[in-house]
Design a protein around this ligand. Structure first.
Ligand code: SAH
Length: 266
C-alpha cells in the first residue's frame, strides 16, 4: 500500500448505539445521526426490525439472540475493512448492552495479534434511554430517590450473587428496577427474587411492571410486592419495586423525593 493509499483508506470505526426502548421518538438525535452516517448496521434481528424502513438503504448484518460475541466480531471485521459500523442495542448501549464486550474484544484481538490494527478501530458509545427510565415514566415516578438496577438473568452472573445484591438493595431501602425478570427457562425467578425482598420489605410494598415500553402493546400494572410474587412477566418486561416510602396514588407509583415533607415541617 502506498502512502497515498494509506491516506485515502477510510479509517474504520464502530459506534455502539443505544436506540432507546423502541419507538423512533425515544431515540436521541445523536443515535439517529450515528445510524444515518453508518455504512453498515449490525444488530439482533428484533432491534433491526424495530428500526423499520427508516434506514433501509443501509447494509444490515444480523445474528440471532445469544450470538453476542459473533455480532461484535462482525463489527470488527467490517470496521477493519474501513467501514463505519453502527451496532444497535435496545435502551442504553452500556446498560446490559454490547459496549463493554466490544471494548473487551478489542483488547483480546490486540493481545492475540489477531487484528493488528485493533486499537486503530475507534469505538464510540452513544447513550440511549434505558428501560428503567422509560418504564419509570410510564408508571409515574417510582425511581425518584436512590435506586438500583438488578438483572435477574443468571446466564452470565451466578444466582448467589444476584441474591446477595437483592438482599443488599432491600436492606439499603433502595427503589429497584429489575431487568430480565423472566424467560422461558427462568419462569420462577421473579417469585424467587420477591421472596428474598420479602425478608426485609413488607408484603404491601408498592410495585409495578411495564411490558413493551415504547413498543406496540405497551401495558403497565401497579401492585403490591405480595402480588408481584405471582405476577406473570416475560422478557420484554421491566419490574419496579418501590422503597419504603413509595405509594400508589391515582394508579401511578410515586417515590417521594422529600420536598413535600420538608415543606410541611417549615
Ligand atoms: N440495554 C437495555 C437492557 C437490555 S437487558 C436497556 O438499557 O434498556 C433486556 C431487559 O431490558 C429486558 O428483559 C427488560 O427487562 C428490559 N427492557 C428492555 N427494553 C424493554 C422494553 N421496551 N420494554 C420493557 N422492558 C424492556
Amino acid at each position: 500500500m502506498t502512502d497515498s493509499d494509506k491516506q485515502n483508506k477510510k479509517q474504520g470505526r464502530i459506534t455502539v448505539v443505544g436506540m432507546g426502548p423502541g419507538t423512533e421518538s425515544m431515540m436521541t438525535q445523536q443515535a439517529s445521526r450515528a445510524l444515518d452516517q453508518a455504512d453498515v448496521i449490525v444488530g439482533y434481528t428484533v432491534y433491526l426490525d424495530l428500526l423499520g424502513n427508516r434506514f433501509k438503504n443501509k447494509r444490515f448484518l444480523t445474528t440471532e439472540m445469544k450470538q453476542e460475541t459473533e455480532r461484535c466480531r462482525l463489527c470488527f471485521e467490517e470496521a477493519a475493512k474501513g467501514s463505519d459500523v453502527a451496532m444497535v442495542c435496545s435502551g442504553d448501549a452500556g446498560i446490559y448492552g454490547m459496549a463493554s464486550l466490544l471494548f473487551e474484544m478489542r483488547e483480546e484481538f490486540a493481545a492475540a495479534g489477531e487484528m493488528k490494527t485493533a486499537y486503530e478501530i475507534k469505538i464510540d458509545v452513544v447513550p440511549g434511554i434505558t428501560a428503567a427510565s422509560s418504564g419509570a415514566a410510564v408508571l409515574g415516578a417510582p425511581l425518584n430517590h436512590d435506586f438500583c438496577v438488578i438483572s435477574l438473568s443468571d446466564l452470565l452472573t451466578p444466582w448467589e450473587l444476584i441474591e446477595k445484591r437483592l438482599r443488599a438493595a432491600a436492606e439499603g431501602d433502595f427503589a429497584i428496577a429489575l431487568y430480565n425478570p423472566s424467560s422461558r427457562k427462568r419462569h420462577d425467578y421473579l417469585m424467587k427474587a420477591c421472596d428474598i425482598l420479602l425478608e426485609t420489605a413488607e408484603p404491601g410494598r408498592a410495585c409495578g411492571y411495564v411490558r413493551n415500553i415504547g413498543r406496540q402493546g405497551e401495558e403497565y400494572v401497579t401492585c403490591t410486592l405480595a402480588e408481584l410474587r405471582s405476577a406473570e412477566v416475560d422478557m420484554f418486561t421491566t419490574v419496579f419495586i418501590g422503597n419504603s416510602q413509595t405509594r400508589i396514588s391515582g394508579g401511578r407509583l410515586i417515590t417521594p423525593r422529600g420536598y413535600i415533607n420538608k415543606r410541611r415541617q417549615l
